[in-house]
Every structure is written in C-alpha cells, then in structure tokens.
Write a protein of this length. Structure first.
Length: 388
C-alpha cells in the first residue's frame, strides 16, 4: 500500500470552497486519485487573499486542495460538459456542493449517472438539505448563526460570536468523508454505489452534543458562558501573571490536586466546592477564590506545576505556538510538499488520521488552475476505472 489504502479509487470532485474540498483532500491523502473539476474562473477560494504563500497563491485554497489534479471544464459548453460527464462515468466517488437542482440541469445528477456507473458513490453537500431549505445559501457564518452555535459562544454580557475558523464546514467535510467511506464499504458487499447526503445545519446540530441534549431534555436553551463550561468547574480561562492559562478540572481528584498546588488545599474541603456539582452551583464564588492565587505567579510556572500533579492546564497559545507545541510532543503536525516541475513548496497541517499499516501520503501541493490536461479523460472507462 505504498500509494495509500485508497489507491485505485477515482474521485470526481465538483465541490468548491471548504466542506467538499476538505473531504476530498482527506481521500487524496490516503491515495485516492482526486480530480478537481473547476470552472474557467476556478474555485472561489483561489481569489480569497490575502494571505498568500511565497508563490502568491491563496493560503485558503491551499489548505484543502493538496494531492489533487485540477482540470478546467466549462459546464456551459458542450465540450466542457462532455468531459465532466466522462469523468463522472469513470469515477468511484463523486462529490458536489452546488445548489440543489444545478447538477440535474447539467445531467450530472445521481439518477442521470446511475445507469452508466452503477457503482458510483454520489455525495451531495448542501447548506440546509434538499427540501424546504434547498434554496437557502449555505455559508458557514450563516449556519453558525441560525444553527445556535453563536448563541452559546461569547461573553455572557457581550454579543453572540462566531468560532474563529469555519468549523461547521470542517465538521461537514468530516461527515462527508465518513459517509463516503461507509458507502464504499457497502459497495464492497453489494457491488452497487449509493447516495450520501450531508448538510451544514444537520452537521452543526449533531455537533452541539451536550448543549443540544440539554436543550432537548429540559426545553431550555443554554446561554453564553464565555470560556466557562455549563457542567464542569473550574473549566475555563484565568489570568495569571503575564498571560492567560486554561484550567480544565474534570473530576474531584483533580480539583483536590489543583487546590494543593495552588496553595489553598482547604478549598477542596469547602462544602461549596467539594464536588463538581457544588462547584458549578457556586461558580462565581469559586472563581473569586481562585483568581488572586493564580494572578500571583506566571502562567507557564502554573502550567508546569499543574501538569506534574496531573491537573489538565495549558497556556493560551497563538497558532504558531500551537504548532510548535505539537512538534515538541512528537506529533509531526506539519507536512511539506514540493511541486517537482516548478519547485513550489507548500506547508500545511498534516493529516490527523494515522494508520500504522497504510499512512497518509502527502504527495503534491495544491494544483494551479487547469494544470492537468483533460484529454486523459478520453481514455475508455473500461480501462480507466478501477475499484479497490
């Protein structure tokens, strides 16, 4: 499996921006041949700049498009549409995130392709499903708002806030990846492909986990707690000398150790703080007791002492510091790919999934628009398509 566990799998990638390209990049990292079909203008994120890399290319586009080929197919022309159709008919997987109805207009919908390619796994990614929400535009910020995430993010007395990355798109991309792999496993059993549908709103609601469960069980929607946790305390950000740190005490043993390191062991015996339930109930009093002690020493010193006592704690790192921290733990968080023809270098986060027998392979940097000649699509399907 030198070329990856998904070697021999062809993916027709009609998706743009983030959720779909994230899923197809993960497939490509494990050996799938991902062909990115782009309009003459290219994926929208090619123009989302700054920032740019050393070659002047969008770092947003680069973040989810390594290990792929780029072929320009103008679906508004007969030749472009014919080339796209040939690819779809030779693919094992097709991923698209157009508005519902667009692929049908081009004759690239599942029903139109199924007779020519019965083994095709057809993955559609939408913002709000294919029913009443079909016409709604699916942008991450919009879904964070209407999906409830912003209502629980931010300071209690501040405005609702989005997460600092397009988290809903990433979650949806992960769900698309899972759905595709499940459908491929089913194809191994039946020989037939199937449809995979994922949407941004459903992905977010499922990802709300404990907050969603609380709402459904009690009928009450949670509010914003800033950096605090609705069910655990102390589990939040504190200001120490020079910078902030986070303490994530998950049980009573950890709290007793935390109080001892802090120099106030009596806190663990205080009836208001003896159990997690009481600590949550008396959250304000607990914080008032902790803040002066934590402010007396530098954050890094506290983190070292808490870690030695097996109390979860850490500094609030910048993104650069986070990569350095992961590297210090031996996690190899960065991958570097080089274009052998141009010498272009791309540094990206490494694939987080590690398979011992068949690890991810980071082969090529994100492709320039239309870098790969579409004429190879003329190869007959019977000789081109392979099924792992």
């Amino acid at each position: 499996m030198a070329d990856g566990i998904l070697s021999g799998l062809r993916v027709a990638d009609f998706s743009r921006v983030l959720a779909g390209p994230y899923a197809t990049m993960m497939l490509a990292d494990f050996g799938a041949d991902v062909v990115k079909i782009e309009s003459p203008a290219g994926d929208d994120t090619r123009s989302w700049r700054p920032p740019v890399d050393e070659a002047g290319e969008s770092t947003y586009f680069a973040s989810v498009n390594r290990n792929k080929r780029s072929v320009v197919c103008d679906l508004g022309t007969p030749d472009g549409l014919a080339a796209a159709r040939r690819l779809a008919e030779t693919a094992d997987v097709l991923v698209e995130n157009f508005r519902p109805g667009v692929m049908e207009r081009f004759g690239l919908d599942e029903d139109s392709l199924r007779s020519a390619n019965p083994g095709l796994v057809y993955c559609s990614i939408t913002g709000f499903g294919r029913a009443e929400g079909a016409a709604l535009p699916g942008y991450d910020l919009l879904v964070q708002a209407v999906g409830g995430l912003m209502s629980i993010t931010g300071a209690p007395d501040g405005e609702p806030s989005k997460v600092g990355v397009a988290l809903v798109d990433v979650l949806t991309g992960q769900n698309a990846l899972s759905g595709i792999l499940l459908a491929l496993r089913e194809r191994d059993r039946t020989g037939l492909g199937s449809r995979v549908d994922v949407d941004l709103l459903g992905s977010l609601l499922a990802a709300l986990t404990n907050q969603a469960s609380s709402t459904l069980a009690t009928g009450r929607s949670p509010g914003r707690l800033g950096n605090a946790h609705p069910s655990i305390a102390p589990y939040e950000l504190f200001r120490a000398a020079h910078r902030e740190l986070v303490v994530a005490v998950g049980n009573d043993r950890q709290f007793a150790a935390f109080a001892t390191v802090l120099g106030v062991p009596g806190l663990a015996a205080d009836p208001r703080f003896a159990t997690n339930e009481e600590r949550v109930r008396h959250r304000a009093e607990l914080r008032a007791a902790l803040e002066p002690a934590l402010a007396a020493r530098p954050a890094a010193g506290w983190v070292a002492a808490f870690t030695e006592a097996r109390v979860p704690a850490g500094l609030v790192n910048s993104v650069s510091e986070a990569f350095a921290f992961a590297a210090s733990l031996g996690l190899d968080p960065v991958t570097t790919t080089v274009d052998q023809e141009t010498g272009r270098v791309s540094r990206q986060p490494a694939t987080p999934i590690r398979l011992r027998a068949a690890p991810a392979v980071h082969r090529t940097p994100p492709p320039p628009l239309g870098a790969h000649d579409p004429h190879w699509l003329d190869v007959p399907a019977s000789t081109e398509r392979t099924t792992p």
